[in-house]
Design a protein around this ligand. Structure first.
Ligand code: GAF
Length: 385
C-alpha cells in the first residue's frame, strides 16, 4: 500500500514544484461512551495509526486548487466565490474555508494535496480527520492564531452544517487532542479532559470492519439527537435543573419517562446508563481491571443494540462471535452505528487465530469479506517536520 505521507509530498512537488507544509490528522477509536457526546456526557476516544494528510502552500492569487492524490482528481474554486463540488471529496476542505470566513479569519488562495489511510465509511472518522488536517494547515500557513479547541469546534460546525449530521464533538476532538499511548476522557460539556494511560500488556485494540454502512446512518443519527432532546424536555417539567441527559439520573428517567413513548424512554435510559458506565469503566482502567472494563463494553453493545437501536445484524453477529473467544476481553459496535466497525480488546498471543475464525464465520454467515485493523494509539493532529 502507498504511504499517504510520501504520496502527498511527492504529488505536491510534482504538481506545484515547491516544498509544502504537511499536516497529519488521525482517525479515532472510542473505547466506551457512545452517543453521549451530544448529550453533554463523557467519551473515551483515542487517535490511531491511520490518518488523513494534507500538503499545502499559499498561492499569490485567490484560487483554491486541491488535488486528491488517491483519486488522481483535482478541483478549483475561488476563495471569494466558494463553490462546492459534486465530486464530494473537495467539500471537506471547502467547508473549513467557509467556517473560517464566517468568523472573519481570512485565508487567501492555496494549493493542496490530500490523501489518507483512514478507511472511508468504517466509522473511524475519516471526514473529521481531513477537516482537522485542513484547518490545522490553513491556521499554520495563514497565521490565523487559532487555539486547538477553536479548531475542533469549527471543524465540528463544518460537519454539522455541510454534512448535515448534528454530530457531537468527539471525533474532531479525538483527532486533534489524541496522545500516544493514552485514551482521552473528555467531558463534552465543560470540554475539560484527562489523558488516561492505555498501554495494556499483551492486549491489542482490534477493529473488525463489517464493511457495511446502511443508508439510515445520518437520518437516524439526527432522529436520536432529537429523541434525547424530547426526553430532556419531559424530565425538565418536573426537574428544571436537568439541562441535558448528562444531568438526569436513572430514577428521573423511570419516574418521568416510563409512561411516555417507548422509544423516548429507551433512548434516554441507554444514554444515562452509558454515561455512568463510562465513569465506572475509567475506574476499572485506573485499577487495571481490564476484564471488568471489557464486560462494560459488552453492556454498551447491548444498550446500543436493544435500547438505542443503532446496531445492525452484521455488527450484532460480529459481537456474538467475539463472545465465543476466550482471548477477547470485550467488544462492541463503535461510532454512530448502522455499520462500520466492532472494537474489541484482544489478547495478542491469540490474535491470529481469533481474526481467522471471526473472518471465516462472518464470510460464511454474511457472504462479506471483512477487513481487520490492529490499531495503535498515536498523537493527534500535527505538522510534520
Ligand atoms: C459519530 C459522531 F460524529 C460523534 O459525534 C458521536 O456522536 C458518535 O457518532 C457516536 O458516539 O461518530
Amino acid at each position: 500500500m502507498r504511504d499517504p505521507q510520501n504520496l502527498v509530498k511527492s504529488i505536491f512537488l510534482k504538481t506545484f514544484n515547491e516544498e509544502p507544509v504537511i499536516v497529519r490528522s488521525p482517525g479515532r477509536v472510542n473505547l466506551i461512551g457512545e452517543h453521549t457526546d451530544y448529550n453533554m456526557g463523557f467519551v473515551l476516544p483515542a487517535a490511531i495509526n491511520k490518518a488523513a494528510y494534507i500538503a499545502l502552500t499559499k498561492r499569490e492569487d485567490d484560487k483554491i486548487f486541491v488535488v486528491a492524490a488517491d483519486l488522481d482528481e483535482s478541483y478549483t474554486t475561488g476563495v471569494n466565490n466558494l463553490t462546492y463540488s459534486d465530486k464530494g471529496w473537495p467539500n471537506y476542505v471547502i467547508c473549513i474555508v467557509e467556517q473560517l470566513q464566517k468568523i472573519n479569519k481570512i485565508v487567501g488562495g492555496f494549493n493542496a494535496v490530500i490523501s489518507g489511510d483512514v478507511p472511508l465509511g468504517a466509522g473511524m472518522s475519516s471526514s473529521a480527520a481531513i477537516e482537522c488536517a485542513t484547518i490545522f494547515g490553513l491556521n499554520h500557513v495563514f497565521n490565523l492564531e487559532l487555539e486547538k479547541m477553536q479548531m475542533v469546534k469549527l471543524a465540528q460546525k463544518a460537519e454539522n452544517e455541510f454534512v448535515g449530521v448534528n454530530c457531537g464533538i468527539m471525533d474532531q476532538f479525538a483527532s486533534v487532542f489524541g496522545k500516544q499511548g493514552h485514551v482521552v476522557k473528555l467531558d463534552c460539556r465543560s470540554l475539560e479532559y484527562e489523558y488516561v494511560p492505555f498501554e495494556l500488556e499483551g492486549i491489542k485494540i482490534v477493529l473488525f470492519d463489517s464493511m457495511v454502512k446502511h443508508s439510515l446512518a445520518s437520518s437516524e443519527y439526527n432522529v436520536r439527537t432529537s429523541q434525547c432532546g424530547e426526553g430532556v424536555s419531559i424530565i425538565q417539567q418536573k426537574y428544571p435543573e436537568v439541562k441535558t441527559l448528562r444531568d438526569a439520573t436513572i430514577e428521573m428517567v423511570e419516574e418521568c419517562l416510563a409512561n411516555e413513548s417507548k422509544d423516548i424512554y429507551d433512548r434516554c435510559k441507554y444514554v444515562v446508563e452509558e454515561n455512568h458506565r463510562l465513569l465506572a469503566a475509567c475506574e476499572d482502567l485506573k485499577e487495571n481491571k481490564i476484564a471488568d472494563f471489557g464486560q462494560k463494553m459488552y453492556e454498551t453493545h447491548t444498550g446500543l443494540s436493544e435500547l438505542y437501536e443503532v446496531s445492525c445484524p452484521e455488527l450484532d453477529f460480529i459481537v456474538d462471535c467475539t463472545k465465543k473467544e476466550d482471548g477477547i476481553l470485550g467488544a462492541r459496535m463503535m461510532g454512530g452505528g448502522f455499520g462500520g466497525c466492532v472494537i474489541a480488546l484482544v489478547k495478542e498471543d491469540e490474535l491470529e487465530g481469533i481474526v481467522k475464525r471471526i473472518k471465516e464465520a462472518y464470510f460464511n454467515k454474511m457472504n462479506i469479506g471483512m477487513n481487520v485493523y490492529i490499531t495503535q494509539i498515536e498523537n493527534g493532529t500535527h505538522i510534520i517536520d
